[in-house]
Design a protein around this ligand. Structure first.
Ligand SMILES: [Zn+2]
Length: 409
């Protein structure tokens, strides 16, 4: 069968009502990970996905990653002499915050105004459902695959990305040749993602009575100096990093400040230590050593502001570098064609403001990744999260077309 007609055959099996029902089911199974509650994990939604794939006749592997937190990996076809393509989604969602602020209850999966509403509708149970439906449509169409399609429903993307790190170390993960990351990007083809380093800065001084500051060394003054350095650090990183059409320039944002670090805060006590976290976002260009030297420079300037301070920093969870994929990659070409076939529109390129599981796949496995999925990219992590049904259907069609173009050409 020619690729064009096999794509038509697969697209004919994508049903909007089924896709909407599946997305709503996934949204209605809460999967906020709450470390103080051992039942609040991705476990229930993972079990639902496992059963769904078994019912659809795909091969399924459940990979225990942490207690109650399994990856579900399903596949169709054998790699043989062909390629292996991953459609990737994560099963965890971020907190719903205050439910009273939501128009519809956050885990209701309400359908209204052509959208599905709820925590995870866009980030990213919608994208995951679209990937699942695309795989099932290919299976139902009977179109033979010239390689292997893998769908990964992975845990902990919103945390330390344990799920994708685990997958990369398994045999099925090591056979991957490329991946589509189904995050909400308005179905744009995102070839670039910003990188991130969370710089935790610890400032040590000397404890003393608040009435006799001359007897101590106040780390809070050093913390203020560090915050004052942040815009300078940002300017230096902007000069070092390459400009990108699709990515915002680097940013340096303080997200955590804390003093004292240990013990009870008391109004008349100068604490012995203070700390801050700088959320540093990067575009391609400088390597880890160069970025580290710039962070170090900001820390030294903060230390120099108050005699007697010591300042050290480290990267929480390591560096997640920015990623770029060449437009000539076979995966990108397969997806560009699929967008035209599936939506009758021209592909639109874009960039991912943050890092994703794709960052880990790109940096540890070295494979090309494209981030493309349904939903407005700004809606992630907000109240009143929603996904447009038309975006969902487009995504499922783009995925099915991309898989066939990539594996069968
Ligand atoms: Zn996400």
């Amino acid at each position: 069968m020619a690729v064009g007609s096999s794509i038509e055959a697969a697209l004919a099996h994508i049903d909007e009502a089924e896709l909407v029902a599946l997305t709503r089911d996934l949204v209605r199974i809460p999967s906020v990970v709450r470390p103080d509650d051992s039942h609040a994990t991705e476990g229930a939604v993972a079990q639902y996905i496992e059963r769904w794939f078994v019912k659809e006749g795909l091969n399924v592997e459940v990979q225990p990653v942490a207690p109650g937190r399994p990856n579900v990996v399903a596949w169709l076809g054998d790699k043989g002499d062909g390629r292996c393509l991953l459609l990737e989604g994560h099963t965890d969602v971020v907190t719903e915050g205050n439910p009273a602020e939501w128009r519809y209850p956050p885990f209701s999966g309400q359908v209204a105004n052509g959208r599905i509403w709820g925590r995870g509708a866009a980030d990213m149970k919608g994208g995951l459902a679209a990937a699942m439906i695309a795989a099932a449509a290919i299976k139902r169409s009977g179109v033979p695959l010239g390689g292997r399609l893998v769908v990964g429903a992975l845990v902990d993307e919103e945390g330390d990305m344990l799920g994708v790190k685990h997958l990369c170390a398994t045999p099925i993960g090591q056979e991957l040749d490329a991946a589509i990351i189904c995050e909400p990007e308005q179905n744009q083809l995102c070839l670039e993602q910003r990188g991130v380093v969370w710089a935790r800065v610890l400032i040590r001084g000397r404890m003393a009575h608040g009435a006799m500051p001359e007897a101590g060394v106040n780390p809070i003054a050093g913390l203020a100096a560090l915050l004052h350095q942040a815009p300078r650090l940002e300017r230096r990183l902007r000069r070092l990093c390459r400009r990108s059409r699709y990515l915002r320039p680097p940013t340096v944002t303080a997200t955590v400040v804390q003093a004292p670090v240990h013990g009870t805060p008391q109004s008349n006590v100068i604490p012995s230590a203070a700390q801050a976290t700088l959320d540093i976002r990067l575009t391609p260009g400088p390597d880890e050593t160069v970025v580290s030297a710039e962070i170090e420079r900001a820390c030294r300037a903060a230390a120099a502001s108050v005699p007697g301070l010591s300042v050290e920093w480290w990267a929480l969870n390591g560096f997640r570098p920015p990623t770029t994929v060449d437009r000539r990659e076979p995966l990108v070409r397969a997806m560009m064609t699929a967008v035209r076939q599936a939506t009758r529109r021209r592909p639109v390129f874009g960039g991912v403001p943050g890092s994703t599981d794709g960052t880990i796949l790109r940096t540890t496995r070295g494979i090309p990744i494209v981030t493309c999925g349904p939903g407005n990219r700004l809606i992630a992590h907000q109240v009143n999260e929603c996904v447009e049904v038309s975006d969902l259907v487009d995504a499922a069609r783009i995925y099915a077309g991309s898989v066939l173009n990539f594996l069968n050409l």
